[in-house]
Design a protein around this ligand. Structure first.
Ligand code: HEC
Ligand code: HEC
Ligand code: HEC
Ligand code: HEC
Ligand code: HEC
Ligand code: HEC
Length: 186
């Protein structure tokens, strides 16, 4: 019965929840608990860009801090702070589909190209597009030449690549995720 009210969490766990789900969370007075006095709910600008006061005082492109680094690997690592990265869960676990950086990092597309990141397909400032074409255009950015698909893929035309190479799965009740380990399913 009491479970219906939720699960009791310790202070350190609660600090971790807020660190991924809010902005401006600091360490609190309790040794492990969060100080929420300056908190903004949700993942907002300063969570990814750091303090914005110097930019606000002197608005210029030069002083926009993007914490995600420059290489594809660093960029994926940055998103993995919250979406979880390699090492956090075994790839063989069906639950790993929830952690997109884990799957993506295990893809040949990522390993061989050296330049595939989350930002290749997603805008950090918008919800994930629900249009297959927007993703297929990204695939073709690397897998086509002169308008022709260059891959040992009998079916690769300009049609939606995603349903065949990034399947959706429900590994949790009521939650569906997209397999980010881009591959041929055998
Ligand atoms: C390492 C970062 C991280 C931690 C720690 C974390 N979350 Fe999350 N949480 C996420 C991300 C990223 C998502 C969105 C993707 C997903 O559903 O897996 C999410 C999704 C959720 C959702 C579903 C939200 C929705 O819009 O459907 C809930 C509820 C939630 N988290 C609650 C919690 C609670 C409560 C805790 C602490 C016990 C917690 N989270 C800890 C990163 C985290
Ligand atoms: C989830 C992390 C995240 C959040 C939240 C976020 N950004 Fe960004 N932002 C990024 C990343 C990553 C880039 C680099 C984009 C790239 O290289 O494609 C970026 C780039 C930018 C740029 C420069 C790129 C451009 O469009 O010319 C501006 C300006 C910017 N963000 C402003 C904001 C503002 C304002 C907010 C809050 C409303 C915000 N961002 C929230 C991650 C984030
Ligand atoms: C940044 C470039 C890049 C992007 C974007 C990209 N790929 Fe790849 N992909 C590669 C490279 C490089 C390889 C490895 C080719 C090789 O093994 O010689 C690869 C390999 C593959 C493989 C074979 C995987 C395996 O395990 O054998 C498939 C299937 C594939 N890509 C499909 C896709 C699809 C579908 C998309 C879009 C959702 C996509 N790729 C996006 C660069 C990319
Ligand atoms: C090659 C393209 C591609 C790359 C790279 C990519 N995604 Fe996705 N992502 C998709 C597609 C396709 C969907 C499903 C969109 C839909 O529901 O129609 C998706 C959906 C998502 C979702 C919504 C939940 C889900 O699993 O369906 C999250 C969160 C997400 N991506 C995070 C990430 C992160 C973090 C990275 C970097 C590790 C990343 N993505 C890299 C193509 C990509
Ligand atoms: C501070 C933690 C944090 C960081 C860093 C972060 N995310 Fe997220 N992201 C979340 C949470 C939490 C959600 C779920 C929000 C919700 O369901 O309302 C989410 C949701 C998403 C979604 C799905 C939105 C949708 O359409 O359902 C995508 C795509 C995504 N993030 C991509 C990225 C990318 C790309 C990066 C790196 C540039 C990134 N995120 C960095 C916490 C984070
Ligand atoms: C109807 C399902 C389907 C669609 C759509 C599809 N593929 Fe494939 N793809 C496959 C299958 C199955 C294979 C394994 C080889 C075969 O049977 O042709 C494959 C193989 C590949 C390979 C080569 C893997 C290797 O072993 O070298 C690449 C790269 C690839 N596809 C990319 C794409 C791209 C890019 C698109 C979108 C333009 C796409 N595919 C659309 C089913 C599909």
């Amino acid at each position: 019965m009491a479970q219906a009210l939720g699960i009791t969490q310790d202070a350190a766990t609660i600090t971790r929840c807020f660190s991924c789900h809010a902005t401006g969370v600091k360490r609190g007075l309790h040794p492990d608990g969060p100080d929420l006095s300056a908190m903004l709910p949700g993942v907002s600008c300063e969570r990814c860009h750091g303090p914005g006061a110097s930019h606000a005082a002197n608005p210029s492109r030069v002083n926009i801090v993007v914490r995600s680094g420059t290489s594809a690997k660093d960029s994926v690592q940055f998103c993995a702070e919250c979406h979880r990265g390699p090492g956090s869960v075994d790839l063989a676990e069906p639950a790993s589909i929830r952690y997109q950086p884990v799957g993506l990092s295990a893809s040949r597309c990522f390993a061989v190209s050296g330049r595939l990141s989350c930002l290749t397909c997603h805008d950090a400032h918008a919800n994930a597009s629900l249009e297959g074409e927007s993703y297929t255009a990204r695939c073709l950015g690397c897998h086509a030449e002169g308008g022709r698909v260059i891959a040992a893929c009998g079916r690769a035309t300009r049609q939606d690549c995603v349903p065949c190479h990034m399947k959706k799965q429900s590994s949790f009740p009521f939650l569906t995720f997209t397999d980010h380990r881009i591959r041929v399913y055998r």
